[in-house]
Design a protein around this ligand. Structure first.
Ligand SMILES: Nc1ncnc2c1ncn2[C@@H]1O[C@H](COP(=O)(O)OP(=O)(O)O)[C@@H](O)[C@H]1O
Ligand SMILES: [Mg+2]
Length: 271
């Protein structure tokens, strides 16, 4: 089966010469939930940008649904339209995604671009308002909402287009445990609906709960490891080497335990 995405020795160098992603070969398969783990600046957002057709490789190639993803291909109206409908990106900086004057309009924007009939647009927006629990704020300007609500609006805006693939860049970062639990439930629903997901995060617990497969980026912007969540998340040497945990983490009964640095003294007394 053709993978959804294939990177073949793809790399990306920013215009100022900085390396965003070193030569990478990777596939994303249909209906899988792939988590991209990596410390800050390891290249997660760059990788998602390449998959989402927001930037294009400066070496090697990236293809989507069997076709090479190039700037020229995405200038072709037909391909661009089908690609943008099938692949949705939740940017790390949610603010940059919200530009409509109400939550309702924000969610309606994508479906309106698809030229769907008015009552279908309304139905999709209503469904999203219910799914995301945003009905009470439907008439509010998105920029007045809390961080978690804004993330939900941005998710609603992309889900309303009914994409087959979701690229989620640090969807839970900076948000409280209640949002994190809600997000995990949402991912379970999306998987049940047959969506493929690529989620970039440095949150090991989220990775453990939502991933079928994990790819780990190191600080040289390369893939350091790839495998099943349990194998990756119990490999302390690996996690230490890519700066995803610090030396006070340990594996206990097959589970990763992380102790904050600040509790070092308490541990010494307790120990
Ligand atoms: N717009 C940019 N211009 C130049 N360098 C960038 C830019 N964005 C990211 N980088 C660099 O590319 C590398 C990977 O960044 P990024 O993909 O944002 O990592 P992550 O999402 O894992 O934090 C980092 O070294 C970062 O400094
Ligand atoms: Mg990032």
């Amino acid at each position: 089966m053709t993978p959804i995405f294939a990177l073949e020795n793809a790399c990306y160098r920013y215009p100022d010469g900085r390396l965003g992603l070193a030569e990478t070969t990777l596939e994303v398969r249909e209906r899988e939930s792939l988590v991209v783990l990596g410390a800050n600046a390891s290249g997660k957002s760059t990788l998602l940008g390449l998959l989402g057709g927001l930037i294009f490789p400066t070496g090697g190639r990236v293809s989507a649904f069997g076709a090479e993803l190039t700037e020229a291909a995405l200038e072709d109206g037909e391909f661009a339209r089908s690609f943008r409908q099938r692949v949705a990106v939740l940017l790390q900086d949610t603010d940059a995604m919200l530009f409509n004057s109400t939550v309702y309009d924000e969610i309606a924007f994508g479906p309106l671009q698809l030229d769907l009939p008015g009552d279908e647009v309304r139905r999709r927006v209503e469904d999203m308002l219910d799914l995301l629990g945003l009905r009470a704020v439907a008439d509010q300007p998105p920029h007045r909402l809390s961080g978690g609500e804004q993330r939900k609006v941005a998710l609603g805006a992309i889900l309303a287009v009914s994409p087959q693939v979701l690229l989620l860049d640090e969807p839970t970062s900076g948000l409280d445990p209640r949002f994190q639990r809600w997000f995990v439930e949402l991912v379970i629903e999306l998987r049940r609906a047959g969506k493929a997901l690529v989620t970039a995060t440095h949150d090991l617990h989220i990775a453990d709960v939502i991933a079928d497969r994990v790819v780990v980026l190191d600080e040289q912007h390369r893939i350091a490891a790839e495998g099943r969540p349990h194998d990756i998340l119990t490999d302390l040497d690996l996690l230490l080497s890519v700066n995803l945990v610090h030396e006070h983490a340990h594996v206990h009964d097959g589970q990763l335990h992380i102790h904050p640095h600040t509790h070092l003294h308490e541990h010494e007394h307790a120990g």
